[in-house]
Ligand binder design. Structure first.
Ligand code: PMP
Length: 383
């Protein structure tokens, strides 16, 4: 469609004009005092976000590269690892650890449900030699947020490390790295952090460093020991995405100005309004209330209607892009992101567009019912 477009997928997400402007700053070298100052400033801000005193590495890579870094630096061939799988990104941990020769024990949770921490406890008791547990904070493929705090408490009582994929959640969903015993938290730039794709950010605990120092897996670009040497001088081992670092600093400033609690509360409000609207339209939500993601909502298409048909109408006629379902959820669900640079009016646009698209594909919709339900959540009035 010509004209205005509304990007409502769980990454990449819209980038605020302030961040775009910051990134157009003239290029400067990365072996300079200016870069070192910027790097130091960014890490201090990220430590507030991650709620940690750990070192935080800003890697020039997509989110999956950060995940690979976590695996390559902690997993040797033959090591036993536990992956917690409730969607496509949990599966990615299994694929990655298998690629590095690990003996992978997988706990599968039905897609659309969350990880049961008790099951993690039982598996760790059954296999006390598990070296690393791989979890996902926000399972983007299903719109589910996992209870990292409870998982962290359990893993902390064992020698195992806890590695968490926070690619889509960090920035929109609170995470307390130190208090929740997250040994490696790894995230990406293009989702709740409001940046273009290209950065993977990860924190490393002391417990993790001990395993990393002993690690034998081949690694080069993602060698964290090499990264740590450069980090000591606020450098990076290889050329960083300088412009994205500048953008990250600006994005972090915006979020810190808003206040972290306000950022998290805003995402929850957007989730609640979206869910109220979906229910008012008679559609089925994938996740239960208590583990529904604050940053992305997954919705089943009505019986007999393809989710992708609804999405096609939305894009073609209204310039709105929702994400589709992945793997076995293809054409069954659509996903509405409300992460990062998203506000109340974005939800109202998404829902009003959805109502029209539903009408177009032949679903009996009461126009305005979803919008009204969302407005009522925003106004704090009972429906
Ligand atoms: N983990 C999660 C939870 C994600 O949502 C994504 C991106 N959709 C990734 C990992 C992979 O990130 P990237 O595509 O940047 O490699």
């Amino acid at each position: 469609m010509q004209g205005k477009n509304y990007l409502m997928i769980p990454g990449p997400t819209p980038v605020p004009p302030k961040v775009v402007a910051a990134m157009s700053t003239p290029m400067f070298g990365h072996r300079t005092q200016d870069f070192q100052n910027l790097h130091q400033e960014i890490v201090a801000k990220l430590q507030k976000f991650f709620q940690t005193k750990n070192e935080i590495f800003v890697l020039t890579s997509s989110g999956t590269g950060g995940m690979e870094s976590a695996v390559a630096n902690t997993v040797n061939p033959g090591d036993k690892v536990l992956t917690l799988v409730g969607g496509k990104f949990g599966e990615r941990w299994s694929e990655l650890t298998r690629a590095y020769g690990a003996e992978v024990i997988e706990i599968n949770f039905e897609w659309g449900t969350c990880v049961d921490p008790q099951a993690v406890k039982e598996k760790l008791e059954e296999h006390p030699d598990i070296k690393v547990v791989f979890a996902t904070q926000n399972e983007t493929s299903t719109g589910v947020v996992n209870d990292i705090e409870s998982i962290g408490k359990i893993v902390a009582q064992t020698p195992a490390l806890l590695v968490v994929d926070g690619v889509s959640g960090v920035g929109g969903i609170e995470i307390k790295v130190d208090e929740w015993h997250v040994d490696i938290l790894t995230t990406g730039s293009q989702k709740s952090l409001m940046l273009p794709p290209g950065l993977a950010i990860q924190s490393i605990s002391q417990k993790a460093w001990e395993k990393i120092e002993d690690n034998k897996s081949p690694r080069y670009y993602f060698d964290l020991l090499k990264a740590r040497k450069s980090y000591a001088k606020w450098n990076t081992a290889y050329t960083p995405a300088v412009s994205l670092f500048v953008g990250l600093n600006a994005a972090l400033d915006m979020m810190l100005e808003e206040g972290l609690d306000n950022v998290y509360a805003r995402h929850k409000l957007l989730r609640d309004a979206t869910r109220a609207a979906i229910r008012a339209l008679g559609l089925k939500l994938m996740a239960e209330d208590y583990y529904a993601s604050p940053v992305v909502t997954s919705v089943y298409a009505p019986d007999g209607i393809g989710a992708d048909d609804i999405r096609k109408v939305l894009t073609k006629e209204y310039g709105i892009t929702f994400a589709g379902g992945q793997a076995q959820l293809k054409n069954k669900i659509f996903r509405i992101a409300h992460m990062g640079f998203a506000g109340k009016m974005d939800v109202l646009i998404a829902i009003s567009g959805l109502e029209m698209a539903l009408a177009r594909v032949g679903y009996p919709v009461e126009l305005g019912a979803g919008v009204r339900a969302a407005q009522q959540v925003f106004l704090g009035v009972q429906s």
